[in-house]
Design a protein around this ligand. Structure first.
Ligand code: R1P
Length: 349
């Protein structure tokens, strides 16, 4: 950390940069594609307009932001690494660096639990559950009875469902189908499955290691308890959860051709997103409303098939990252996000 931080509640540098992503207002756009892997972000950024030259910021904590324009519309591609914690930093710090609505698509990899999604397929989950390790369970216990998963103190907790933004999901599916490349003619593109996001790649995804994780029956339990669950990864549930607890977006799809919602403005004297955090509950509520809604969806590339044990090849990864990456950019720029971000002073101006 090189610069002095001015606020312990929501740490920022004196020039308005958030603590972990390193961004300040004007460096992140209202439309965002988020990925785990920085090389995936760089690959997708090749589709951005050449002018203005995309802005690139690698934060000290490893977050990579690339902001430019796609077909003339500002858009950011942000690599966040892995896990719930990093998704939390990403959503919160971007939200506080932007006014207006946000539309976020996570483009990630995942494992498949069902034959309908072989390696190389794409799944756009309609909803997610979270799977978390229960630290109050006695992991040193000798055995795990199958009934333990449904006991009052199970080793893992499976959350209730949270939905993504369905109009954005269906719009992205349509764009993905329309941009299918040669070489992927037989790849399934599904928008009818549920995803499970786990807090570990190993234990809470039912993988067996030398640790006593008491997870032998976890995947069967998940399939039994969550109708339509088909994929496992680590971040999408938290993205959907944070979007769902923000003021609700309208249920219809605000495509660019449709009438816009009125722009929410700040009252006289309210501080901007780069100022200190509001303190009272009313102020916080207003601050959320004035920032706008969060539209969130995801597109997942099946890298691993947990039944057949197949794993994707590097060539198949490149083809799918290019395909799905371009589809995310196309879908987002056709999405009528209410931006109150001024172009003036921004990196895309
Ligand atoms: C694990 O290998 C990582 O891959 C998946 C998981 O969610 C986890 O982050 O997603 P990404 O490919 O986007 O990182």
């Amino acid at each position: 950390m090189k610069n002095r931080i001015t606020d312990a509640n929501f740490p920022r540098t004196g020039d308005g940069r958030v603590y972990h992503l390193g961004l300040r207002q004007g460096e992140v756009a209202n439309r965002i594609v988020t990925v785990g892997d920085p090389s995936r972000a760089r690959r997708i950024s090749k589709f951005l307009d050449a002018s203005p030259e995309p802005f690139v910021l690698q934060s000290e904590r490893g977050f990579l932001t690339i902001t430019g324009k796609y077909s003339g519309t500002p858009i950011s591609i942000i690599a966040i690494g892995m896990g719930i914690g990093n998704m939390d930093f990403f959503v919160r710090e971007c939200r506080e660096s932007l006014d207006g609505d946000m539309a976020i698509i996570r483009l990630g990899s995942c494992g498949s639990l069902v034959p309908e999604l072989p390696v190389g397929s794409l799944s756009l989950p309609k909803a997610c559950v979270g799977i978390t390790r229960n630290y109050d369970y006695d992991f040193t216990a000798a055995t795990t009875e199958s009934s333990t998963y449904r006991s009052s103190n199970p080793p893992y907790s499976i959350s209730r469902l949270v939905e993504g933004h369905q109009p954005l999901q269906l719009h992205l599916k349509e764009v993905t189908e329309a941009t299918r490349p040669e070489g992927a003619s037989d790849a399934a593109v599904r928008a009818d499955f549920v995803n499970a996001s786990a807090d570990s790649f190993y234990s809470s995804q039912g993988r067996q290691t030398s640790f006593p994780d008491h997870n032998e029956g976890l995947v069967s339990e998940l399939l039994e308890r969550v109708p339509g669950v088909a994929t496992l990864e680590m971040e999408t549930h938290h993205l959907f959860h944070l979007a769902a607890v923000y003021p609700k977006p309208p249920s219809e799809l605000p495509l660019k051709s449709t009438a816009s919602r009125p722009v929410l403005t700040r009252p006289e004297g309210e501080i901007s997103a780069t100022g200190s955090a509001p303190k009272s509950e009313t102020e916080q509520e207003h601050s959320r409303a004035s920032r706008g809604a969060i539209y969130a969806t995801a597109i997942q590339m099946i890298f691993a098939q947990r039944q057949s044990q197949d794993f994707i090849t590097p060539e198949e990864v490149v083809l799918r990252e290019n395909w799905a990456g371009k589809a995310c950019l196309e879908a987002l720029v056709k999405f009528n996000v209410q931006s109150t971000q001024p172009d003036e002073g921004s990196v895309w101006a």
